[in-house]
Design a protein around this ligand. Structure first.
Ligand code: 5GP
Length: 368
């Protein structure tokens, strides 16, 4: 790190080491003893730092966005052992109705923010015995660096000692540790990489996502006890199944996507017809659209940090799932991993200089 001294107390820091996004790398193929993609094990089993639960499934989840964290999505994804992280806008009554005939707590996450109303709804979910329908609780804020956020993590852990608590978002190792030590089992990593996100443009803040994942995973995995260790979710910027493989190879325990679960019949958002073609809405949780639709209006001190996008209608999510699983199996075969768990051990990333279109540097992650 370079320090440039512009006079007393005026020290600007520049981090010189290279930080990477998914598009900056490819996974290097390796010798493999696998004979069929069918043999690849996509499921993982986790135990946790705080929660005494254990979990088994495919470590992929929808974002907690209105356009993908829906009841309809959960009905399709849960049988495939993929987690649906519900958006924050369902009411108690919505949940009461839904859970009359949905009983699969391991594959749904309840989301809340840090507004007083969020906390009040959590309390009501507990009082109405609805929170038992969830194994996961996701405490989600755009900026996980707020002191108030850590207070909320502690409070949620106090109220829900048995649950698997997810909290974020952050992008650095020290805050990952802090959040786990304050009560979370899993830290959500990503500031600015989302496809419907304009934070980097509007605020200048962010961190290249693959590097954030690698660094935060390292920090989380370093925290362990008799029961389990800290985990992370790579959240946002996963534009295709190949990016999911890169995130898992970089050490992410789970991958969370909004865009890849949007645009389907089961996704949220309106279906829009334009020039004879069908589209589905996809919009950031901090977009003007979301703030107006769910909070009545935008606070005057807030700027929109989300986009509104129309995605060509993609049909049934089941078709995508087949592609997704096929791609993960194929990555495993290329890099010589028998299971998703082995991705970090088998991953060697090759840096791609897209300008020169040459491959000029490699670095290792894990003991491949
Ligand atoms: P995607 O799959 O679209 O690349 O990324 C989804 C992730 O983007 C979400 O899980 C969430 O972390 C982030 N996100 C969603 N909406 C917004 C928004 O309006 N602003 C910002 N900064 N991030 C958002």
């Amino acid at each position: 790190m370079d320090l440039l001294n512009f006079g007393q107390d005026n020290i600007m820091r520049i981090e010189e080491d290279i930080k990477l996004d998914y598009s900056d790398v490819l996974l290097k193929p390796k010798r493999s003893t696998l004979t069929s993609r069918k043999d690849v094990i996509l499921e993982r089993t986790f135990s946790f730092y705080h929660s005494k639960k254990s979990w088994c499934g495919i470590p992929i989840m929808t974002a907690n966005m209105a356009s993908c964290g829906t009841f309809e999505m959960a009905k399709v994804l849960a049988p495939h052992k993929i987690i649906t992280t519900f958006h924050k806008y369902y009411t108690l009554e919505d949940y009461k109705l839904f859970f009359q005939d949905f009983h699969n707590p391991d594959y749904v996450a309840y989301t809340l923010g840090i507004r007083d109303q969020d906390f009040q709804q959590l309390q009501e979910m507990i009082d109405n015995n609805l929170i038992r329908h969830f194994s996961f609780i996701c405490l989600d804020v755009p900026n996980g660096y707020l002191e108030r956020f850590l207070h909320f993590v502690r409070e949620v852990r106090r109220l829900c000692p048995e649950h698997i608590i997810v909290a974020g978002n952050v992008v650095s190792n020290e805050m990952t540790e802090e959040i786990i030590l304050n009560g979370a089992d899993i830290v959500k990593v990503g500031i600015g990489p989302g496809s419907a996100c304009t934070t980097r443009r509007m605020t200048g803040v962010g961190y290249p996502q693959l590097s954030a994942v690698i660094e935060c995973a390292d920090a989380a995995h370093g925290l362990s006890n008799d029961q389990g260790y800290g985990l992370i979710i790579a959240d946002g910027g996963l534009n295709n199944p190949g990016d999911i493989s890169k995130a898992l190879g970089g050490g992410a325990d789970f991958a969370m996507s909004g865009s890849q679960f949007s645009g389907y019949e089961q996704s949220g958002g309106q279906t829009v017809e334009k020039n004879g073609k069908l589209y589905k809405e996809y919009f950031g949780s901090s977009s003007n659209k979301a703030m107006k639709e769910f909070y009545g209006n935008k606070d005057t001190h807030r700027a929109s940090e989300g986009r509104y996008i129309l995605i060509p209608h993609k049909g049934d999510i089941e078709d995508f799932l087949q592609d997704l699983f096929g791609s993960l199996r194929s990555t495993a075969t290329y890099i010589g991993a028998k299971k998703i768990k082995e991705f970090p051990k088998r991953a060697t990333f090759v840096r791609v200089n897209r300008q020169l279109n040459t491959i000029y540097e490699t670095f290792e992650v894990g003991d491949s």
